[in-house]
Ligand binder design. Structure first.
Ligand code: AMP
Length: 282
């Protein structure tokens, strides 16, 4: 596996023809990331991942400085996953001094995480656009875990005609239901146990959906009944249209149920997609 640290090295690596698949990450890799890597390897001639903790997507009081960084372990994991290359740039390499252009992700970034984290998706869209320009992939894989991020990138790729297919991959969970996340490393054993209330709430609502319930407020209440638990500070629970992300006010045939919560020092997000398959999104 080639470890590429500069834009020039990456452009040179990319030059040969062939179908290139790309998985952007912030590192501290886990089995969720590896599921994306497996698809990238399977569906390309050469798969490349990036490890870059992107400063522009963190708010001033967020965990940029403390975000887990484990480069050596990450590179070993990428190598055994069969990646052809890893792009591990410095901040200056991605954001050359004086180059201040940014991407406005538009209305898809307004609700949910966009409302909770002002500027977050402008940072995400800007870094992914920049990474796409450097890597020039044919296809890129993103996790359902960050559903709004997936939709922001799909919308950007279409609006700016980037020529990259953006594919969503299902959320990988621990055996007990907790969505895998690099931020789970912040949880004490007790907090980790309490955090299970989040997936439990989403699964209870999915059961209701499977039983025929379509009223958004009933679905949201079902999530809250479990997730509003001791040690869990819910920020929001919301039912939205999975394409536009506008909030659902009436029964619908498809829904994204999503939530954000603080558990100890960790801010966790999770979601379930109801009445549609990830592969229907592009
Ligand atoms: P991150 O390193 O957190 O920026 O995530 C990099 C990519 O991995 C994003 O597309 C995430 O949505 C995806 N990802 C993170 N956690 C999971 C998970 N538990 N299952 C599937 N994909 C995930």
């Amino acid at each position: 596996m080639r470890v590429l640290r500069t834009v020039a090295q990456t452009r040179a690596w990319r030059a040969p023809s062939g179908r290139v698949a790309f998985v952007p990450t912030m590192g501290a890799l886990h089995a969720g990331h590896l599921s994306l890597m497996a698809r990238a390897v399977r569906e390309s001639d050469a798969a490349i991942a990036s490890i870059f903790v992107n400063p522009t997507q963190f708010g001033p009081n967020e965990d940029f400085a403390k975000y887990p960084r484990r480069e050596a372990e990450d590179l070993a994991m990428l190598e055994s996953a069969g990646l052809a290359a890893a792009f591990v740039p410095s901040v200056e390499e991605v954001y050359p001094p004086g180059d201040a252009a940014t991407v406005d992700p538009g209305p898809i970034a307004a609700p949910l995480e966009g409302a909770a984290r002002p500027g977050h998706f402008a940072g995400v869209a800007t870094v992914v656009k920049r990474l796409f320009d450097i890597v020039r992939p044919d296809v890129a894989f993103f996790g359902q875990k960050d559903f709004q991020q997936l939709r922001v990138i799909q919308t950007m790729a279409r609006a700016l005609d980037l020529g990259v297919r953006v594919i969503g991959c299902p959320t990988v969970r621990e055996a007990d239901g907790l969505a895998m996340s690099s931020r789970n490393a912040y949880l004490s054993p007790d907090e980790r146990r309490r955090a299970l209330a989040l997936s439990r709430g989403l699964f209870a609502a999915r059961d209701l959906w499977d039983g025929g319930t379509r009223e958004p407020d009933r679905l949201v209440s079902a999530v809250r009944r479990h997730a509003d638990a001791p040690g869990v500070a819910l920020e929001y629970v919301s039912a939205n249209d999975p394409i536009s992300l506008s909030e659902l006010r009436r029964p619908a045939e498809r829904a994204l149920l999503s939530l954000a919560a603080r558990v100890g020092k960790a801010r966790l997000i999770d979601n379930v997609l109801l009445g549609m398959d990830l592969s229907e999104l592009s």
